[in-house]
Design a binder for this molecule. Structure first.
Ligand SMILES: NC(=O)c1ccc[n+]([C@@H]2O[C@H](COP(=O)([O-])OP(=O)(O)OC[C@H]3O[C@@H](n4cnc5c(N)ncnc54)[C@H](OP(=O)(O)O)[C@@H]3O)[C@@H](O)[C@H]2O)c1
Length: 312
């Protein structure tokens, strides 16, 4: 964004203040909140609620926080995420300290309102599941969790009964199931045909497209929102393009980085609702949220992206 564009946007934003009177910090804050209004959102099919197409994953980098000294980068990450108007945070009770860390930081920053907290139930047995879910409410320091999903098909029917009762009681808003393993896809598909769900979560990346063959189209047919995990295949995709320049045609869909290239490919799929890249650095938020802004690639460009990555 040039200075002229920025000033233009600020004026469109009707800041009835003389710009010369604004400090650089104020100008930046106003620009950030104007950007926040521009995030691409998609509807959750079961409710029509709109959510931004880029969320945040907390596996690994939030899992082993032992000392307060490790918290500042995570605080900055979550603060920046909220400043941009992003909302979806994906957690799990199986991610070590992640629920506790996210709950603590959101509490400190008074940031819970407006965020979309998605956690999981990942244990066998009804009572153990209920206990795990109650512990998630405590660790996340909230009385309402937006989405709880059964993790990796673990005791699915038992937990879906619990989750539906919680939804009925208004303690959670959406129910889902996750997987990130090809060898679960057949059972996952059967479960999707059998159950009524608000969300599925599945692994999908530019170099890992199996979920687009049957799972994602089935979600569309069944009216289920699709949240994408492992959108970079951990860091596999970045390694695949190391030392390579972004192709010029990436500008055709307002893509300025490899991270945006990989994420825009995913969220441009008509049945994908959002992706949750793992982020524990504020600069990753700035970069990845860029994938929820500007144009997205059309079908022909998505094919070109596949050919590019397959031929690397
Ligand atoms: N079955 C399930 O339910 C399931 C399974 C797996 C994952 N998940 C969810 O999906 C989320 C995403 O998976 P993931 O975090 O394992 O993998 P990922 O999103 O594919 O990759 C995340 C890694 O990519 C790197 N990265 C992120 N943004 C970047 C940027 N702009 N530029 C350069 N590098 C960047 C970071 O590596 P560094 O940190 O090393 O810099 C980050 O740890 C998880 O956090 C979790 O919430 C769910």
């Amino acid at each position: 964004m040039t200075r002229r564009d920025l000033l233009g946007d600020l004026l469109i934003g009707a800041a009835a203040v003389s710009l010369t009177a604004l400090s650089p910090r104020v100008v930046f804050a106003q620009a950030a909140s104007l950007q926040a209004a521009n995030l691409i959102c998609k509807p959750i099919p079961s409710s029509g609620e709109m959510i931004p197409v880029i969320g945040l994953g907390t596996a690994r980098r939030y899992e082993e926080i032992r000392f307060d000294a490790e918290l500042p980068p995570l605080r900055d990450t979550l603060q920046k995420f909220k400043e941009f108007g992003a909302t979806v945070i994906d957690i799990s009770p199986t991610y070590g300290t992640a629920e506790d860390v996210v709950g603590r930081i959101l509490d400190e920053q008074k940031a819970r309102p407006g965020l979309f907290l998605a956690t999981k139930v990942s244990i066998s047995g009804r009572e153990a599941g209920v206990a795990q879910i109650e512990a998630s409410f405590k660790r996340l320091r909230t009385d309402r969790i937006d989405l709880i999903a059964v993790h990796n098909l673990r005791d699915t029917e038992t937990h879906l009964a619990t989750l539906r009762a919680l939804k009925q009681a208004g303690r959670i808003r959406y129910v889902g199931c996750t997987t990130s393993f090809d060898n679960q896809y057949t059972a996952f598909e059967a479960m999707m045909r059998r159950e009524t769900l608000d969300f599925i979560q599945v692994d999908y990346a530019l170099d890992n497209r199996n979920a687009a063959e049957r799972i994602i189209p089935l979600a569309k047919d069944r009216g289920m929102a699709v949240m994408i995990n492992l959108p970079f295949g951990r860091s596999r995709l970045f390694a695949a393009v190391q030392g390579k320049a972004l192709p010029e045609w990436a500008a055709e869909f307002d893509c300025k980085s490899w991270a945006q290239f990989f994420l825009k490919y995913l969220v441009a799929h008509e049945a994908v609702t959002c992706a949750v890249p793992g982020m524990a650095r504020a600069e990753y938020v700035i970069d990845n949220i860029g994938a929820a802004q500007g144009r997205l690639p059309d079908g022909a460009l998505r094919k070109r992206m596949e050919t590019f990555i397959d031929g690397r």
